[in-house]
Structure formats: structure tokens, C-alpha cells
Write a protein that binds this ligand. Structure first.
Ligand SMILES: Cc1ncc(COP(=O)(O)O)c(C=O)c1O
Length: 456
């Protein structure tokens, strides 16, 4: 049994951690390791709930949830048992049908948001990046149009298709040419409004800009002969993940839905990071009472136990796919399907979405108290347990403070955090949805101490 508290037995980094990291660097590509987040990351040996233990015996409180894949916490028993049972029954069939994948698809259609509910079909895949690829393919195939709108500061993956709609330039270096036809638009990042305006008096200029793109032919997105739109879909994260848990203001997605309806453009919703209760609703877009036309899910779909992803779209859109038009070896895998069904059952049985709302409100209140005390914190945002703060050297100029410095200090004190943001100056707080009040208090105390020390 893992200790249920922070305990830095040897201090960080301990000797075993350093030895493993040295060998890892020798044998493994650095392309997949999280050195960027910590400089030196802990080497995890064991994990349970919201705690992880490293190879030196130090125990940490995990506010990263394995990049939002562990909504049920580490090692969720019910999901592991369901996966194990399925493994011992039938664990792989490729495209051969199984009852368990049918049950999961039925469940997804039943819980899909808005007009997707009972009016959609499911396509399986193995990971978030692939799911976004399929979402874009569906939008293009259904509308027969070439362009995809995507947002400044978005993250959707690193394949040749998704790199075009992911907006962090360093990820693209040396990989051109990537998918053509991606058109970037400003995200409703009110703290740093791209139009220099203030929410309340701005008339939502960022949404107006989208309308303008569809109205003014000189943007180049209207077919000159037919007068129709050339945009297949607007790809979006309901709240930006890697962008810094940026939460658009009330009314924004409703306005975008209206504009998309008016100009016949599909809304393609990337719920890979924000889905499965993280935002206090099953799917984040439900916070705005909006339904997308196509939605992608992944990450916490199986409580992080086994890779799995799905695309859920309006039936007539999904029906553009022909037999074996879109398939990968492990899509619809029976173990992944059983694990996803168990994840959904656990969310419901343990009332974890309710806990995300209650603990999220508590955590947000505490972060706001920290902001009152610390000028280094420029802004705080949160819905459910997707929480973030933006760090600035000066509240007037909003000059970014490098969050990595906070993250590196926090790991020494037993707290795991994620850096994020357009300028690398936001801190994503992504606890498992099972987190309790005393654990939040511990995290806030550590943040208070570290931020205070930097201010001195
Ligand atoms: C919003 C969003 N979309 C897509 C992806 C890609 O998912 P994956 O890394 O599982 O391929 C991520 C991953 O962080 C994400 O946050």
C-alpha cells in the first residue's frame, strides 16, 4: 500500500532516480520524455489514487493526472479488473465484431451531448492524435471542402495532419511540409485579448472575426463561382489544454454555433483532454449548452488503463465512411472497450463529476485567495477540476514569468504540476477527480510557499 501523503524520504532527485535517468537518456529517444516539464523528472515506481512513489521512495501528490488521462486516479481497481477479465476472454480481434465494442458504442451514443444524443455513430481509434485526424477527414469528406479553421495556441497532436492545426511552432520545426489548408483564428483568451478589448464591452470581437472570415471574400474562404464556403469545419478545444486551461467566456461557443449554422460549417470538438467529467460536465462543451457535429474523445476514456479513443459524429456525417475506409489494427479493441465501459460506470457510481464540481469550486476559491496575496499571479481560471493560473512578472505589463521555475521547486516539495500556456507561463492544475479537500489544502500551502519565495 502506498503512503497517502507527501513524504520526501531522500529528497529529490534521489540517487536511483538519477541513475535510471542516465540510462534512459542513453537508450531512449528524448522525443517522448518529459524533461521539459521538470528539467529532471521523478522516475515513478508505484502509484495509487492521487499519489505516486518514485524509485527512491519519495511520495508525491500528483496534480498532472498523466496529462489528464487519470480522471479516476492511478490504478483504478474497477477498470483494471474489467480489463483483466476481458483479457482472459478475448483480447484482440481487429475488425471482427465483438459485443463489448457494440455496448460501448451504444453507451457513447446515449450520453453524447445535445443533438448527437441518439443521433450519432461511433468510430474507434487508438489515441487522441489519430482521433483528431479522423475528425478532420470526416469534416472534409462530408462537406467536400478543403479548409479547416483552428485556433491560435491549440494542441491537437503531432502527426502530419494534426501538426498543421497544433499551433506551437517549435513542434513543427524541420517537419514541413505538413497538411495544407489549416487557417488559424484567435482564441477567446480574455486575459490577453488578441483584439486588445475587455470582455463585457468587446461585443465578442473574436467571434465576430469568425463571421467576417465567412462573409468577406478577400479572406479567400469563399468559392468565387458558387459563393459557398470553402471551410469544412472549425476544430476547437472547448477550453484550451496545452494552451493553459484557457476557458472561453459565457456566450462564446453559443455564438460560434450560431455562426457555424449560418454558414454551414461543422463544429469539430476536441474533448480529448477535457472530456469525461474534468470540466464538471461529462463533456466540456456542455458547459456552454452547445452540441458539436463531430466530437473526439481519448485520454481518460479508459481511466488511462489502456489506450483508446473514439470519434462520435452525426450519423449522416459518419456514413460518408465506406467499409474499411478508416481502421487501425487495435481500434475497437475488446479490452479497451471493457475498460471504457468500466470507467463510465465508475464515474457514475462514485459521483466523480459531482466531486469535480465541489472540489473544483473549493480549489478555485483557494487559488483566488492566493492571487489576492501574490502579485506574481496575474489570473486564475477554473471549471470543475480543470484549473490554471497565469504567472506574470508585472500585473500591468503582463510580462510572462517562466512557470517551469515553479514546477521545478514544487517537485522538490512533493507536488507534481504541468507547465502550459502560449508563453509557457501558465500552470495547469489537473488532479484526478477523486481528490479530497485536505489534499487540495496541502497543494495550496506548497504553492503559497513557493510563489512567496520567488516574490522575495
Ligand atoms: C486537446 C488534445 N487533443 C489531442 C491530443 C493528442 O492526444 P494523444 O497524445 O493521446 O495522441 C491531446 C494530447 O495532449 C490533447 O490535449
Amino acid at each position: 500500500m502506498l503512503e497517502k501523503r507527501i513524504n520526501m524520504k531522500t529528497g529529490f532527485p534521489g540517487p536511483k532516480t538519477l541513475a535510471v535517468l542516465e540510462d534512459l537518456k542513453k537508450y531512449e529517444s528524448q522525443g517522448d520524455l518529459c524533461f521539459a516539464n521538470y528539467g529532471t523528472p521523478p522516475v515513478i515506481e508505484e502509484a495509487e489514487g492521487v499519489f505516486v512513489k518514485d524509485v527512491d521512495g519519495n511520495t508525491y501528490l500528483d496534480l498532472t493526472s498523466g496529462f489528464a488521462a487519470l480522471n479516476l486516479g492511478h490504478c483504478p481497481k474497477a477498470v483494471i479488473e474489467a480489463a483483466y477479465k476481458q483479457m482472459n476472454t478475448v483480447h484482440h480481434t481487429a475488425q471482427q465484431p465483438t459485443e463489448v465494442r457494440m455496448k460501448l458504442a451504444k453507451k457513447l451514443v446515449e450520453i453524447a451531448p445535445g443533438f448527437l444524443k441518439n443521433n450519432s455513430k461511433v468510430q474507434y481509434d487508438t489515441g487522441g492524435t489519430n482521433a483528431v485526424e479522423v475528425g478532420m477527414k470526416l469534416a472534409k469528406a462530408y462537406t467536400k471542402r478543403p479548409y479547416i479553421l483552428c485556433y491560435q495556441g491549440a494542441y491537437h497532436g503531432r502527426s502530419f495532419g494534426t501538426l498543421a492545426v497544433t499551433c506551437f511552432p517549435f513542434l513543427k520545426e524541420n517537419f514541413f511540409p505538413i497538411m495544407p489548408g489549416a487557417v488559424r483564428i484567435p482564441y477567446p483568451y480574455c486575459y490577453r485579448c488578441p483584439f486588445g478589448m475587455k470582455y463585457g464591452s468587446c461585443g465578442m470581437q473574436c467571434a465576430r472575426h469568425v463571421r467576417d472570415l465567412f462573409s468577406d471574400p478577400t479572406w479567400g474562404l469563399i468559392d468565387r463561382k458558387k459563393g459557398t464556403n470553402l471551410v469544412a469545419g472549425l476544430l476547437f478545444e472547448p477550453a484550451q489544454g496545452a494552451g493553459g486551461y484557457l476557458i472561453p467566456p459565457d456566450g462564446y461557443w453559443q455564438e460560434i454555433r450560431k455562426i457555424c449554422d449560418e454558414f454551414d460549417v461543422l463544429m469539430v470538438d476536441d474533448e480529448i483532454q477535457m472530456g469525461w467529467g474534468r470540466s464538471g460536465k461529462m463533456f466540456a462543451i456542455e458547459n456552454w449548452n452547445v452540441a458539436p457535429d463531430i466530437m473526439m474523445v481519448g485520454k481518460a476514456f479508459t481511466g488511462g488503463v489502456i489506450p483508446n479513443a473514439a470519434i462520435i459524429s452525426r450519423t449522416e456525417i459518419m456514413d460518408v465512411l465506406q467499409p474499411i475506409h478508416q481502421s487501425v489494427t487495435f481500434s475497437g479493441n475488446p479490452v479497451g472497450s471493457a475498460a471504457a465501459l468500466a470507467m463510465l460506470e465508475t464515474l457514475e457510481k462514485e459521483k466523480l463529476i459531482q466531486n469535480a464540481n465541489e472540489m473544483g469550486a473549493y480549489f478555485l476559491g483557494k487559488l483566488n485567495e492566493l492571487m489576492e496575496k501574490h502579485p506574481l499571479i496575474g489570473c486564475v481560471q477554473g471549471k470543475g477540476l480543470m484549473l490554471s493560473m497565469e504567472l506574470v512578472k508585472d500585473r500591468e505589463t503582463k510580462e510572462p514569468f517562466e512557470t517551469i521555475r515553479i514546477v521545478k521547486e514544487a517537485v522538490k516539495k512533493g507536488l507534481l504540476l504541468t507547465i502550459s500556456g502560449h508563453f509557457g507561463n501558465r500552470l495547469n492544475i489537473v488532479p484526478p477527480l477523486i481528490i479530497k479537500q485536505d489534499q487540495i489544502d496541502t497543494a495550496v500551502l506548497i504553492l503559497d510557499e513557493i510563489i512567496g519565495a520567488f516574490e522575495k
